[in-house]
Unconditional design. Sequence first.
Length: 68
Amino acid sequence: MKANMGTADKAIRILAAILIGILYFTNQISGTLAIILLIFAVIFIITSFISFCPLYWPFGISTRKKAS
């Protein structure tokens, strides 16, 4: 499993997860939508910490900077 996520990509995912958490805990989202978004938030956090996005892999996408 080769890392394929850059710093900006990880930061955006973490910020999105935090925003979803804030919306949930302030009761701005609820029900099925809240559950789905919380699942996405957990996935965003996990992929950010391991620097690997499984959806990027089959398409050969990488947001990491190339070594010069």
